[in-house]
Design a protein around this ligand. Structure first.
Ligand code: ADE
Ligand code: ZN
Ligand code: ZN
Length: 291
């Protein structure tokens, strides 16, 4: 009896150590502060109707995980926790990968078994557009809001539309200012960290960045991320493909920084756009992927 308990204890300890040491995919897209900034900036752009829809839906969290009073920036972090715990099936919904040999996004090919960030956004928009009656529907609606807000942020991280072969850069190990890092993590949080971007201190600075927005639907947003990944994230400033063992420095950082700022800013205005349209009941179905 004691031996079994001891064995079990050792196994749990070993798993915990392995989890901590695991080299890939510890990253949450944009890091926690990136997601908080996106959601806080989106919230500031909401109409009064969208603001009340937002707080009403956040309160439905009571039926999801007994968390009814989370503020929006914190609620936006939940999907990165849920994908490893209560909602393991949502793992693929944080990204979409394209084969290295292809030069454009093809949903039929790349949205594995119809589950990726594109279909997840579509599905959660549909849940949010419906009335929620019972507890189960309210729980699903609360989850849909947290997922939507998080995934709109995720798809703007270029390497969340990355290469299937290298898991969106997770498998590419490079040297980053004297430490080991993986390319995916550099785009998730290292660039933000080096640029000194934190929540809430950087809100004002980011709110001044207003990139022009010509893409009008979810697939176009994904395609822009894909091009940014191929042309910038996966290449050094001389145009060479980055490989494990490379060292990335100032030239790479200086080119990447404005891209990250602009993508964060676009995430927030596009998320606000979706929530405002949902609240007004005027969401243009052309924004959706499957009509
Ligand atoms: N795991 C596999 N591919 C990934 C990607 N593109 N982004 C984040 N995590 C991943
Ligand atoms: Zn990520
Ligand atoms: Zn994510």
């Amino acid at each position: 009896m004691h031996q079994i308990a001891l064995k079990k204890g050792c196994l749990i300890l070993l798993s915990a150590v392995l989890l901590i040491l695991s080299p890939v995919d510890k990253a949450s897209a944009w890091g926690a502060d990136g997601h908080r900034l996106i959601c806080a900036m989106a919230e500031a752009k909401l109409t009064p109707e969208a603001k009340s829809m937002l707080s009403e839906t956040l309160r439905m969290g009571k039926f999801l995980d007994n968390n009814a009073d989370e503020d929006f920036p914190e609620a936006c972090l939940w999907p990165d926790k849920a994908r490893h715990t209560t909602h393991k099936g949502s793992y693929e919904e944080h990204f979409i990968n394209v084969p290295k040999s292809e030069d454009s996004v093809d949903l039929a090919r790349d949205c594995a078994a119809l589950n990726c960030v594109a279909t997840a956004i579509q599905r959660n928009l549909v849940y949010l557009s419906r009335d929620a009656q019972g507890k189960r529907e309210k729980a699903r609606k609360a989850a849909a809001l947290r997922f939507l807000a998080h995934f709109v942020g995720d798809l703007h991280q270029p390497l969340h539309v990355g290469n299937g072969e290298d898991w969106g850069g997770n498998k590419i190990r490079v040297n980053w200012y004297g430490k080991k890092a993986n390319l995916h993590g550099i785009w998730d949080y290292e660039i933000l960290k080096k640029a000194g971007i934190t929540y809430p201190d950087s809100l004002e600075y980011l709110q001044e960045i207003k990139p022009e927005d010509s893409a009008s639907d979810v697939l176009a947003w994904i395609r822009t991320s894909f091009r940014l990944a191929r042309d910038n994230a996966y290449k050094d400033t001389e145009g060479n493909l980055i490989a494990s063992g490379d060292t990335l420095g100032d030239a790479y950082f200086e080119r990447a920084k404005p891209i990250v700022m602009s993508q964060i800013s676009l995430s927030s205005s596009r998320l606000a756009y979706l929530l405002n349209e949902l609240a007004a009941g005027t969401l243009d179905t052309n924004i959706l992927i499957v009509q």
